[in-house]
Design a binder for this molecule. Structure first.
Ligand SMILES: *Cc1c(COP(=O)(O)O)cnc(C)c1O
Length: 229
């Protein structure tokens, strides 16, 4: 079995090569190591290999990892990438650098209430269902603009961009990433503070090179770093 450190080195090399191919600078794309279902020890190994940003999908598991003795002293940067229900917002607000999976105005409103209560500023992304698959969470692309318009007004939270999971159908993937990029470009033309809208969270182990070619700024990689779940 390959080690986490060598997997990470390989993924970083692939990111650099995709960036060259896209004519982008390597530091335009952040690597988020998705550690869901993996142990705190595995996260520690990735940290020891220079990885700082991590992604988690399940609230309970995330909170346990935060408190794990191997990790509790480290200045890790956590991204919550799972589907977030309103009733769980309270448990993670203030503990993550960014929340990627907000797909309802009501969840953003709850996040805003908690942020104001705790006197913090929370960065988040709206999740978009670009594939139209019924099994996926996310706003449909046509609803992004009206939802964002309601979200812009909410205090304590800042919309920073969009997130998606593409369909596994290879012929459709790149088009779906392009659609997310176009949706963000359109949103910028309407936003009160367009310079805040910089992030496109798209690309996973199987499709991150295409995501980088379409402008991804954050790729979320689990399997290629930590192995199969
Ligand atoms: C699990 C997960 C990933 C990582 O997927 P891999 O295919 O293992 O790289 C990325 N994004 C989200 C939202 C996930 O839930």
């Amino acid at each position: 079995m390959e080690s986490i450190a060598s997997n990470l080195a390989e993924v970083r090399e692939q990111i650099a090569s995709a960036c060259r191919k896209a004519g982008r600078s390597g530091n335009e794309v952040r690597l988020i190591a998705v550690s869901k279902t993996k142990s705190a020890g595995a996260v520690r190994q990735a940290w020891d290999a220079g990885q700082i940003e991590f992604g988690e999908s399940y609230v309970q598991e995330f909170l346990e990892k935060l408190d794990a003795p191997e990790l509790s002293e480290l200045p890790l940067s956590w991204h919550f990438i799972g589907h977030l229900q309103s009733n769980k917002v309270r448990q993670i607000a203030g503990k993550v650098s960014m929340i990627h999976g907000i797909d309802k105005v009501s969840t953003a409103e709850e996040l805003s209430r908690r942020a104001v209560q705790n006197d913090i500023l929370v960065d988040y992304l709206l999740e978009v269902n670009v594939s139209g698959e019924g099994s996926k969470y996310g706003l449909d692309p046509a609803s992004v603009m009206p939802a964002a318009e309601q979200c812009f007004a909410l205090p304590g939270i800042r919309l920073r961009g969009l997130m998606t999971i593409a369909s596994p159908e290879p012929s459709a993937t790149r088009r779906q990433f392009a659609q997310l990029r176009q949706t963000l470009e359109k949103l910028r033309t309407e936003a009160p503070e367009p310079t805040l809208l910089t992030e496109l969270s798209m690309g996973m182990s199987g499709d991150f090179e295409e995501a980088i070619l379409e402008g991804s700024t954050m790729i979320r990689i689990g399997t290629a770093i930590f192995g199969w779940r």
